[in-house]
Design a protein around this ligand. Structure first.
Ligand code: FES
Length: 80
């Protein structure tokens, strides 16, 4: 049986998505700083590793996601 990763800090009842939104709004990337500022990961600390992974994945998604509202460029035919 595989273990499921945490999606929130259970001790402080804070969803990781809330932390990701705070990181995006403030530009803070360091998980330890985010934990302190948002107020999670300070009790049993069991969530910290999964939070770091979650934030890393969120950054990869936001970097690789296409921009909204801007159509993708299509390759044009060669000009003769
Ligand atoms: S689950 Fe986050 S500090 Fe305990």
């Amino acid at each position: 049986m595989a273990c499921q990763r945490m999606t929130k800090c259970h001790c402080h009842n804070v969803e990781f998505s809330t932390v990701a939104q705070y990181a995006q709004n403030t530009g803070i990337q360091e998980p330890d700083v985010l934990c302190e500022r948002v107020g999670l990961g300070q009790t049993c600390t069991a969530c910290r590793c999964d939070l770091a992974d979650f934030l890393k994945e969120q950054r990869q998604v936001s970097v690789s996601a296409p921009s909204r509202g801007i159509p993708a460029l299509k390759p044009s035919k060669a000009i003769a």
